[in-house]
Design a protein around this ligand. Structure first.
Ligand code: ADP
Ligand code: MG
Length: 281
């Protein structure tokens, strides 16, 4: 079994009135099947309201399925006595860096998680050093987090999760509030952790550009997985992506339009260089 496995996972948000009668049922997840292998870099794409955050919250048992089963490293998230172990295996990074930073010095912030877990002091510092170096924030260790840029804060938040040594990191739109440089820094930090520390990464985003280097992409729509495949397989379906209200990367769109205009270009162009190389000479 993969490190994350969702089998027919459905989730309904249920609103009740004062007498406990059901007022409204919102189906946020509808029979989701996703399997992530250890060490993979996976992206989940989808427009607002497609169910991405609801799914992310299932991975560390903040929510449990209304139907179906979700396993993290073989542990069923519905079993209450497994919740602590599940949260140690699956670390979360959220959208707003300001809500995730607690301490007034970077290195203390990163040490907070392992300290809470009861890790011995010597080892906490080793982990803080390793994690800050891994996200390229070591030189800021004695800075105050509130003076950092959004991208730097988000990398500190990622280091804080890393210091707890999870098997997998779930990052729910970690770049949504960042400028283009900050976005690039954060995505690169996640890829580096995946490559060098073999941490499984699940990146949730609505920026198509960020999924280009993923091992596999799932596209969500109305609580369902409506497309899945390699980035190239996904980007080959420009018309379908438009139907799902996703913005196709400019270079992919341009290649698609050139092809429709009659040029002999392959489907699923992901980078400028690929487009240049594939243009007929
Ligand atoms: P995404 O992260 O892709 O934007 P969400 O998982 O946040 O999507 O939301 C999926 C659906 O569930 C949406 O229709 C949203 O309105 C609904 N939803 C999310 N959170 C709640 C909540 N706390 N109560 C009721 N409905 C919710
Ligand atoms: Mg969301």
């Amino acid at each position: 079994m993969g490190i994350i496995k969702a089998k027919d996972v459905s989730y309904q948000y249920i609103r009740r009135d004062e007498e406990d009668n059901i007022e409204d049922v919102n189906v946020a997840l509808d029979k989701i099947n996703i399997e992530v292998e250890k060490g993979q870099f996976i992206c989940i794409l989808g427009h607002n309201g497609s169910g991405k955050s609801t799914f992310a919250k299932h991975i560390n048992a903040l929510l449990t399925p209304s139907e179906g089963t979700l396993w993290v490293d073989g542990l069923d998230t519905s079993e209450e006595d497994k919740v602590m172990s599940i949260r140690q295996k699956a670390g979360m990074v959220f959208q707003n860096p300001d809500n995730q930073i607690i301490a007034s010095i970077v290195e203390e912030d990163v040490g907070f998680g392992p300290e809470n877990m009861g890790v011995p002091t010597d080892e906490i510092w080793e982990r803080v050093i390793r994690s800050l170096k891994a996200v390229d924030m070591w030189e800021y260790r004695d800075h105050s987090p509130n003076k950092l840029s959004g991208g730097q804060k988000q990398r500190v938040a990622i280091a804080g999760v890393m210091a707890m040594e999870p098997e997998c990191i779930v990052a729910d739109e970690p770049t949504a509030m960042l400028d283009p440089l900050g976005r690039q820094e954060v995505i690169e930090a996640l890829h580096q952790l995946n490559r060098e520390k073999h941490v499984t990464v699940i990146l949730i985003t609505h920026y198509m550009e960020e999924v280009v280097d993923a091992d596999k992409v799932y596209v969500m729509h109305n609580g369902k997985v409506s497309l899945q495949g390699t980035p190239r397989e996904i980007f080959s379906q420009v018309e379908r992506l438009k139907e799902l209200s996703l913005d196709v990367p400019q270079v992919t769109l341009l290649a698609h339009e050139l092809k429709q205009a009659g040029l002999d270009i392959q489907d699923g162009i992901l980078t400028r260089q690929e487009l240049i190389d594939s243009l007929p000479r």
